[in-house]
Design a protein around this ligand. Sequence first.
Ligand code: ADP
Ligand code: MG
Length: 315
Amino acid sequence: MKKEFDVIVVGELNVDLILDEIESFPEIGKEVLANRMTLTLGSSSAIFASNISSLGAQVAFIGKIGKDKFGEVVLESLQRSQVDVSMIKEDAEAGTGATVVLNVLEDRANTTYPGAMDLLTMNDISEDDLSRAKHLHFSSYFLQPGLRKDVGRLFKTAQNLGLTTSFDMQWDPREEWDLEFEEILPYVNIFLPNEKELMFLSGKNNLKEAIHSVKKYTDILVIKRGSQGSMVCYRDDILDRPAFINKSVVDAIGAGDSFNAGFIYKFIKGNPIPECQEFGNLTGAVSTLSSGGTAAFRDYEAFREKARNIFGFTI
Ligand SMILES: Nc1ncnc2c1ncn2[C@@H]1O[C@H](COP(=O)(O)OP(=O)(O)O)[C@@H](O)[C@H]1O
Ligand SMILES: [Mg+2]
């Protein structure tokens, strides 16, 4: 059967209200000024969906928002990137999730209101919907309490329906790292944590041991390492590739999700794993050139030009 979508993304949805150029962190009872503000699509899953769609994949999204203005911002932004939003549910009981990002010099502090993100459950995800796609990507495990106990089942169902799968668990805001990866990863083809997350998940204190304890459960373990690039553990190899370094980093919001978009885009098109990794490093680096997570990819020609002019990479 011909599949309608290359990728179906299941995940959290929220807007990011980014306040930039703040001179110092606000103190209790006081007020500080920000010189710049951006209201944009946030959430790891949505940034991934938007960017892999901008790269050329056919993408659909399953998630939950409130019936409010921020929900409209989420839908409009995804639609602007040609993401199919017909499977996104609206819940009148909760507001759309929102993250307020305070950027102070090189640091940032985030506060997230999860709202409707808390309410997405397996009941919102039908086998019929999953089977419309070739690949399932799920992100932000710790932000979705309604799905947590069923994530293994979600991946297993997808694989039984013939989809390949990828998983980026993301940071645990509670820092408890309560995730039974031995139960989930056997149904995941590509697991994409960053280095710090992998260390906390495995409970090990060196990278080699962390890789050893997790790698055996998944086909491809991809470790994102910020300005150090990425490592891919695949079969018996470890491919270590440096980042595309540049001097014009604006922010690192969405770098990991953009890396995922590049890697998975090449993967679903059947490219060899080292090419997926190199393209992931490229899309991660390009993302750092613009504010927020999606702006660097909205215009495909501009993306190609940056790849060529700044990083010497011809697409
Ligand atoms: N400052 C940077 N310069 C160049 N590439 C970067 C930079 N930060 C991130 N990247 C690229 O983006 C990828 C993902 O970023 P990272 O910060 O590790 O992920 P996450 O956002 O999940 O923590 C990295 O593996 C790297 O390839
Ligand atoms: Mg990440």
